[in-house]
Design a protein around this ligand. Sequence first.
Ligand code: SF4
Ligand code: SF4
Length: 130
Amino acid sequence: MVKVLLKFSDKVTDQPITSQVIKEKGVTINILSAHVDQQGGEMLIEIPEDEAEGVIEAFRSKGVKVELRRLIEVNKEKCFDCGGCISLCPVNVITYDAEYSVVFDEEKCLGSTCALCIDACPVRAIELIT
Ligand code: SF4
Ligand code: SF4
């Protein structure tokens, strides 16, 4: 499965683009996270690898910007393992290891469609990367 980030501008939010692509391509799309309103927004989806090219092209042809998802990066120099971000993460990316050091399973991260941990960190140790 491939994770891709869809960016919807305010010019396309009045159209049912995601359902159109699903119908046209006959593909199963797993929506992992979405923040889209009439002003636009982002949606993180997961699609089968062998269908990815066609699905990405279909979204692009309908005016949706498609990017690789943006993930988080933790600056371990700044992080002091307070754990403040752990309970906020909706998909359990962040946990303590046996030494009570915070570890991040970035593969599960919802990236810029979530970003809850970024504002929560008291020392701004977490950043979005491309
Ligand atoms: S961005 Fe969201 S999903 Fe990713 S680690 Fe932070 S809280 Fe968890
Ligand atoms: S909130 Fe910031 S300092 Fe605390 S564990 Fe998370 S990344 Fe580290």
